[in-house]
Design a protein around this ligand. Structure first.
Ligand SMILES: Cc1cc2nc3c(=O)[nH]c(=O)nc-3n(C[C@H](O)[C@H](O)[C@H](O)COP(=O)(O)OP(=O)(O)OC[C@H]3O[C@@H](n4cnc5c(N)ncnc54)[C@H](O)[C@@H]3O)c2cc1C
Length: 482
């Protein structure tokens, strides 16, 4: 590990404390805001430090999916059947190393958490969007945002749409509505929010975290706290850490993050021994849908072999592309299913009268793409896909020339992403060392902690805001002594 860590300050060396508080939260995004609100509502004295001049962080940029289920008011209103048990089963299939307690709690409390978010002062629209898309284009409240209908998960848990979108048209910034509501509620408490104030070091007494050093321009100081919650975001903005842990995010990628996602929270945690987990994992995506008709095509690598069920959630498909040699892949469709040759995210390469010509121009070994497409078409005609079990809804033969190819290769397609690695924490967000022991006084939540989401293949849109707010709340309550 070459990442430089901030110095740890022994409490005995602090000559003057600027403040004393019960709970000190670092970062006012969805996770830190939720932690601070719950701690303050529980009666704790709370100080919330935010390095930027306003609240929001990456959370305020988000489109606004919250992954919630088990019978939320939106699901009920639009007639979707769901249960905490099915949600739990589904989420368990999506984690590399599922934490049964956390998944159980998240699914079981999901309706309560949905109600908590709405009670902040916003309402999800009671409507369902049924198309396959990355995010609802309008204000529709609900859609499928994961791999629920993808094999083998479709057989492991009863699928239900759980991507609740904040009612703002478009694909960015919707979550700001929730952040504004969260801020309004925090303003009603005694929590003390300090902007343009960054946490720089943790202060320890023995092995316990007892405070934080902060800086605001040329002022600095030390706050004594009974508990410190780090909710300072991920590290996609830190070039050195990206080069070391997630080099795939370093290649011509659009970082989905605020400029403060520089890994400072992770480094603070590590400086006192918190374990980093899944640091090599990332959410990375260049969706080729909508238009959804393109999902009927096939995704092949440079060898002309299919690599994934093409109806997978876009980050899952992209994760499989990342596994290929040179992180190269193509989406192949025939003229019956061709749409959008002006596709900015996944550029259209060309059209060819024959598959043989396409194969040769793409540098695929002779005969491989012809064989792949022939086999796919034969099975698709019977609504079957013995290789990847793509859902019959998307199985259509690609047998009408000319054929076209879109480039999904990293560096050619416009990928965007963020990091998924973070601190090891227990159910209540207490930071843990590698031996699972708890670091007294330290908590972590949101993008700098690892809870349910662990990699791009198992990512469902809305899990970041969902788990950031849910586990942020748990940190806040536990840190307040509840
Ligand atoms: C365009 C876009 C769309 C997205 N859409 C979705 C979506 O629909 N659903 C979903 O679940 N996820 C989505 N995501 C991902 C999601 O937004 C983030 O993973 C999530 O918001 C992280 O929340 P957080 O509270 O952990 O971090 P943040 O919201 O980034 O908050 C961390 C805060 O900590 C502050 N900070 C950092 N260091 C310090 C320090 N040393 N001292 C004090 N403060 C500090 C930062 O300034 C920041 O305000 C999207 C992301 C982007 C960019």
């Amino acid at each position: 590990m070459t990442t430089e860590l901030p110095e740890v300050v022994p409490a005995a060396e602090v000559t003057e404390w600027s403040d004393e508080t019960d709970v000190l939260v670092i970062g006012f995004g969805i996770a830190g805001g939720s932690a601070a609100l719950e701690a303050a509502r529980a009666g704790a004295r709370v100080i919330l430090l935010e390095r930027a001049a306003e609240y929001g962080g990456t959370s305020a940029m988000a489109g606004g999916h919250f992954y919630l289920g088990g019978g939320t008011a939106v699901q009920v209103a639009v007639g979707v059947e769901d249960s905490a048990e099915e949600m739990e089963k589904y989420l368990t299939t999506q984690s590399i190393d599922p934490d049964a307690d956390k998944i159980h709690a998240y699914a079981t409390d999901s309706v309560e958490h949905f109600n908590w978010i709405e009670a902040l002062g916003m309402e999800f629209e009671r409507s369902l969007y049924t198309e396959k898309a990355v995010i609802q284009p309008g204000t529709q409240g609900l859609m499928y945002t994961g791999n629920e209908k993808v094999w083998p998960f479709i057989n492991q848990a009863k699928p239900a749409p759980r991507g609740h979108k904040v009612p703002k048209p478009g694909d960015t910034g919707g979550a700001k509505i929730v952040l504004d509501a969260l801020n309004n509620q925090i303003e009603k408490t005694s929590a003390d929010v300090r902007y343009e104030t960054g946490a720089t070091n943790l202060i320890v007494d023995g092995d316990a975290v007892v405070g934080v050093r902060w800086r605001k321009y040329d002022e600095s100081g030390a706050i004594r706290a009974k508990a410190v919650v780090i909710a300072a975001g991920g590290y996609v903005g830190n070039d050195k850490m990206v080069a070391e842990y997630t080099p795939q995010l370093g290649k011509k990628l659009y970082p989905l993050a605020s400029t403060y996602d520089d890994g400072m929270g992770l480094k603070l945690g590590k400086s006192v021994g918190a374990e980093w987990r899944f640091m090599e994992q990332a959410f990375i995506t260049a969706p080729f849908y909508p238009p959804s008709v393109l999902v009927t095509g096939i995704v092949v690598n440079q060898d002309g072999k299919r690599i994934v069920a093409e109806d997978s959630y876009h980050a899952r498909t992209s994760a499989y592309v990342m596994d290929q040699p040179d992180q190269a892949a193509y989406l192949i469709v025939d003229s019956e299913h061709m749409e959008r040759q002006d596709f900015r995210l996944c550029p259209f390469i060309d059209g060819w009268e024959t598959v043989e010509e396409m194969e040769s121009d793409l540098g695929i070994p002779e005969g491989n793409l012809v064989a792949t497409l022939t086999a796919y078409n034969e099975h698709a005609a019977n609504k079957e896909d013995p290789d990847f079990h793509k859902h019959p809804d998307w199985l259509e033969a690609q047998d009408t020339g000319p054929w076209g190819a879109y480039d999904l290769t990293l560096g050619k397609a416009l990928y965007a992403g963020f990091t998924l690695g973070g601190m090891r924490v227990n159910l209540d967000g207490q930071a843990q060392r590698e031996d699972l022991s708890v670091i007294p006084g330290l908590y972590a939540a949101g993008a700098c902690a690892v809870n349910i989401v662990q990699d791009g293949k198992g990512y469902s849109s809305g899990t970041q805001l969902g788990e950031g707010s849910y586990f942020g709340r748990r940190c806040g309550r536990h840190a307040a002594g509840l």
